[in-house]
Design a protein around this ligand. Structure first.
Ligand code: PBE
Length: 277
């Protein structure tokens, strides 16, 4: 019988991840791979699935690889971060490739009008406001940001403030944008590439202490799979070269705001760019 080329692609639980994973699936299928998809995972679960072999290929973020999975210090420069995580993960049988210009950093958001009214434009301003008005500001977050070292605990430590436990509302990712826009909370965490920030008249507070590093999306795959199918890197290269933060926000917009399907958005983008045979 003929050799079946098979690969399992994994994804986290937010739109950008669904789109990127779907694009990889479509392009690999276009090159005679049979692709299985395992999606809807938190970051840590996805990483464990990659380490155990349940998943073989994912789109991961440089900063997340360094800080969350390896306990390393954040690295601001994109290229340097990519080199560093590539070296560190090599020892664990994980190969990084195809770094894109998508930088999906965490952000702290407020409503534009509220920020103006309170005179808050940076995270330092927010810290000062919270320290002057204890108990007033509230915050929406998903569980992951609420607990990650490069999430809320690190932001609070760096900027010198603390939300009381009553002030923090934990919810599924995605609902944070609605909660902030609907004035259920006065601040929230976000992902820089999420189109709802602009759509709902929210803004990203300036990270004036440069707490958040770069989070470039790149392929993270099992080294044994990378070695068995070296063509994967080549197949996905035109895609990773074309994608950047602006483009990704536009694709996220089509799914989250215009209600198009992930499959439709991914396929149309690939066809329009001539990435399919
Ligand atoms: N991030 C921001 C998170 C979610 C978006 C890339 C730092 C992550 O998935 O690791």
């Amino acid at each position: 019988g003929g050799e079946e080329k098979e690969v399992t692609v994994g994804a986290k639980n937010f739109t950008e991840q669904f789109i990127l994973a779907k694009m990889a699936e479509i392009m690999l299928e276009d090159n005679d791979f049979q692709v299985d998809m395992v999606d809807n995972m938190g970051s840590t679960a996805l990483r464990q699935a990659l380490e155990s072999g349940e998943v073989e290929l994912t789109w991961e973020y440089t900063g997340t690889g360094l800080i969350t999975y390896n306990g390393e210090d954040p690295i601001a420069d994109g290229e340097e971060a990519f080199e560093a995580i590539s070296d560190i993960d090599a020892d664990q049988g994980i190969t990084w490739a195809n770094m894109s210009d998508i930088d999906n950093a965490y952000t702290i958001m407020m409503r534009e009008a509220d920020g103006e009214e309170k005179g808050i434009s940076s995270i330092s301003d927010l810290a000062e406001y919270i320290n002057d008005n204890p108990g007033e500001m509230t915050f929406a977050t998903d569980a992951e940001f609420g607990n990650r070292g490069d999430g809320l605990p690190g932001v609070e430590e760096t900027y010198g403030f603390e939300f009381g436990s009553d002030q923090v509302n934990e919810m599924s990712y995605g609902l944070n944008y609605e909660a902030l826009a609907n004035e259920e909370v006065s601040s929230a965490m976000g992902h820089a590439t999420d189109s709802r920030i602009e759509e709902y008249d929210l803004f990203n507070l300036e990270d004036d202490q440069q707490f958040f590093p770069s989070y470039h999306a790149a392929l993270s795959m099992r080294t044994e799979v990378y070695e068995e199918y070296p063509e994967i890197e080549e197949i996905l290269q035109p895609l990773s070269e074309e994608l950047d933060t602006e483009t990704m926000m536009g694709l996220n917009y089509q799914v989250d705001i215009e209600d198009e399907s992930v499959d439709e958005v991914a396929r149309t983008y690939l066809e329009e760019n001539g990435f399919l045979s």
